[in-house]
Design a protein around this ligand. Sequence first.
Ligand code: HEM
Length: 394
Amino acid sequence: HSATTPRVAAFDDWIRNRFIDLNSELEDLYEAQENRSQVAGVGDDLKQVLVDEGRELIVDLLEEGNTDEGFDRAFELLGNVGYYMAACRRHDITEPSRERTSPLAEASALAMHLGASLGTVPRFVSSHMETYNRSINGRYRTFTWRPAEKIFLDYNTRSALAYMRAADALGRIHPMGLSHPAANDLLVDARNALDDVLRLNTELADRLDVDEFFFCVRPYYKPYRVGSQEYRGANAGDFAAFNQVDMLLGLCLPTEAQYTQIVIEKIPYLTPDEQRRLHDSFRHPNLLDSLLEQREHAGEAWFRENAQAYLEVCAAHGAAAAHHHDELVARFITAPSTGIPPEFLEGITASGPPLDVLLRALEGLRDRRLAAPRDDIPTRHDDLVELRSLIAAP
Ligand code: HEM
């Protein structure tokens, strides 16, 4: 710990060790019950220790005040406060519908100070678990020692990075134009990256235990209050690249209200650099329109090769999106939800709407990415048919 204060380091050390022990002990207690969803009234002494030890360290940090150690350290500290607040929510120490303001007053004050200074929501977000989760001697921050949590995060992080590679490659094409000799390399890079996504997500689905994920991992990602404001939960999809790929390919349109609504909602949950990337992708032209506008060159080699490569990128994006919906969401959320008493199902989704409403929205996203034929939502099905016919052998 070089560039940091002893109080920041003490809290970080607590989060990376003692905090994980306490959460893991509580998970063992919940698991030992007939109904694993029953959390209230279980392990109350451990819960009190968790609240008190965390608060003591946080009070020290509030006293110390603003020490401005740069983005990475401040964002890491916001993550640590957020881990503490999210664990309190998981253990039913706080519960947003029961309260009008968070009982974790000191943690809320510190989180709001950090969020306001960084330009993000004042809660822990996915980047705290993934691309900004600093590893020390091979171990990054987790809530518990359960293997399922590490499996989930290892793969999520690698899959998010693969999406970022695809977005980066696609985002470099429009300034040069699709007929540029380098465009084909970029399309192939994007396709390879999206193939990596599908491979990683498939491995994740094979290795992740459904019950462990449902009962011991996801509950830490629920909504909670910071001060009086409730913030939605952490979502594996809270990074820009996925939507950059949607919009750069032209499969989802930045002028379509239903899609834009979903994207706008996530912006404050991203790091500022990711926020900027997402803003940019609303201004950039899309590759499908660009190809169709140049249809008079359909007989040229560059057009045939790049339209073909473009179609392969779309197929890879669609395949990964379909796997996310039809395998990951179906097996790890929908299926286990059916075995849970309804009063324990509240807050099952990160964003809050009832599961069936969420599933319909996610299905719409999948079908846009697949360019599936639908008459109720806009998809690029007909445009892809035209593109294929333009390059079909005469
Ligand atoms: C959204 C489930 C892994 C990318 C969602 C949502 C659910 C979900 C339920 C809707 C969010 C909400 O609650 O409002 C899962 C499950 C996973 C998993 C069960 C694994 C067990 C991943 C991975 C990625 C990913 C590995 C890619 C890195 C996304 C994206 C969204 C999303 C981009 C935003 C919605 C969209 O644009 O389609 N996921 N997810 N997910 N997930 Fe996952």
